[in-house]
Design a protein around this ligand. Sequence first.
Ligand code: BGC
Length: 738
Amino acid sequence: MAAVFLFSSCENAKDKKSDAAQVTTSESYLGKSITHNYDAMIDSIISQMTLQEKSGMLHGTSMFTTAGIERLGVPELKMADGPLGVREEISRYSWAPAGLDNDFATYYPAGAGLSATWNPQLAYTFGNSVGEECRAREKDVILSPAINIIRTPLGGRTYEYLTEDPFLNKKLAVPFIVGIQDNDVAACVKHYAANNQETNRDFVDVQIDERALREIYLPVFEAAVKEAKAYSIMGAYNKFRGEYLCENNHMLNEVLKGEWGFEGVVISDWAAVHTSVNSLNSGLDIEMGTPKPFNEFFLADPLIEAVKAGEISEAEIDKHVKRILQLMYTLKSMGGESRAKGSINTEAHFKDAYTIASESVVLLKNDKNLLPLNTSKISSIAVIGANATKKNALGGFGAGVKTKREVTPLEGLQNRLPASVKINYAEGYQERYAPKKEAKFGDVTQERAQTIDELDSKLVEEALMAAKNSDMTIIFAGSNRDYETEASDREDLELPFGQDTLIEKVLAVNPNTIVVMIAGAPFDINNIKEKSSTLVWSWFNGSEGGNALADVLLGHVNPSGKLPWTMPKSLMDSPAHATKSFPGDQTVSYVEGILVGYRWFDTKNVEPLYPFGYGLSYTSFDINNVRLDKKEPYSENEIIYVTVDVINTGNMDGKEVVQVYSSKKESKVERAAQELKGFEKVLVKKGQTATVTLALPVKELAYYDVGLKKWVVESGIYNFRIGNSSRDIKAEVSVQIN
Ligand code: BGC
């Protein structure tokens, strides 16, 4: 593992954190670069290739591979989706499942679950674990992580992406990528860039001002390239400033390959390419796509014709082929160096999925201390809701995982509750859809489901009986991956299938009711928050999701998840909607600029339903005694060490996330009220104090100066606000920058 610990003498950060005495951030994860050891050999191989062979390497010749050249010892480049784990094998020439019996894989928590852990070490664990699974399936590239900024809560892929905040985004994405690539597998970081909505994603032209682009939308990609050394990146479907992203010279050649020095391979999203010469000249390396004769791809026969017609030089083609061969040597699919073999479906991997899930669950409300469940005082629990038994490894449009194990919430409770507690299960509501509306997405027709929101009176009756006859009730509500899905955005924040009404009715007959939401994106839970004393948020949480959730409900695990985005009271409070700039039509302009997510809510003084970074614990924490490592002003190349004491003032060991937000009142540029600049998750034993030192590079305080085209650290006073959510600030300190 390539983690470097600043200021830390301990080899294993996990051990260090558990003694809860002295914790220092920040481990930085650095990836290994593309190798140049074989460049001479590569030139000689290219000199022996025909134009046809070169072109074969630049485009899909099956659904998830490019062509190899057997006579020259060049293998195919084998790819697989995706963010939830290694996707089941797709047929070579169609989207139909290949129907194998050896393509089962571990289903890992979706992106939102990972980000709710606020734990970069777990991002490394995730990447490393899925990287091992990739190798066991003999893949070279995994189309993951998906890391676009969450601009609107309606986004169909909000569940798959990580967060609304660029700092949290990069601090999780970088270790994830390094973890994957430590296994001789390339991460394919997607979708570059500004692919923040599914509506019209095939053609919408995104307009973002330069400062917002650099400060909000690009930092994660920049860190993926410069720190994690991502070996491949996926060009998005949409246009940016008038040009498709897969043929956007500015974004690919100038920014990605030029400014950031990206040495890897740019792979198109599936069927996101529109030209031959222009895309290659603009920096695309590989065209992938959905079924049509593979020789008709833009980088197949049409490219060969273009060379013959003198529209593009063979030297230009060689440049792209060389990058692909450099990637292959780096991954050791060429060159004969011993390559990681990987493993799949192992107990160790299921445990990784469990650990991530167990740290992701967010406790939103626990007013009556119904949680953790006191099983010595309960003899029966009503478990209500279709989400108690719903599986989410597959579903919806896009990449899922075929898995042998997905523990549902009901099974988790059955596994973990003592025999003395009887479970009375009732479905309560059903996932039901009206005939579907058709929508066309490029080559694919997607049907947006219209939900049926009336309840079935017999099911309601059964649920109320179960609730009345049980000591407590747990309702598993929320959504699923058929409802939240790639290729379409949601229409509103309403809870589907009549759940609101059901929850209200159940609460009326049994006030000892816990509502557990399972969803990947914000929903309108105003009513539930008001009426229910106890509210928990969980995610599409992988193979072990049900066990992890049960362990949290029972107090075997103390919840430590924090929201990775703002839960608005109303959709119209969210910046893209308040500015009426979603979803656009042919063009979408990001009118809110840099004020994305909590930056908008905090700057405009809009009260969220639950703020960014929020999450309770079964214990309580205080954060105080903030101090800096020196009194003198700091300069641009320094690191500010901010130390605080985190005191566990309750009765249970627990993990807290210390969050540092910076704000600058006097500034010559527009500033958000506050911005996350550091965080650290720390285990503190009950009654104990942990001293946490956060390392904050002064450079992180820079803004992007559009005129100068560079990052500038403005001198003056910055206020560091330290707390356990963006709206629960416990301590402040001023820092002078010269
Ligand atoms: C998605 C990508 C995915 C690709 C291949 C596209 O529709 O946008 O994220 O990797 O399909 O399945």
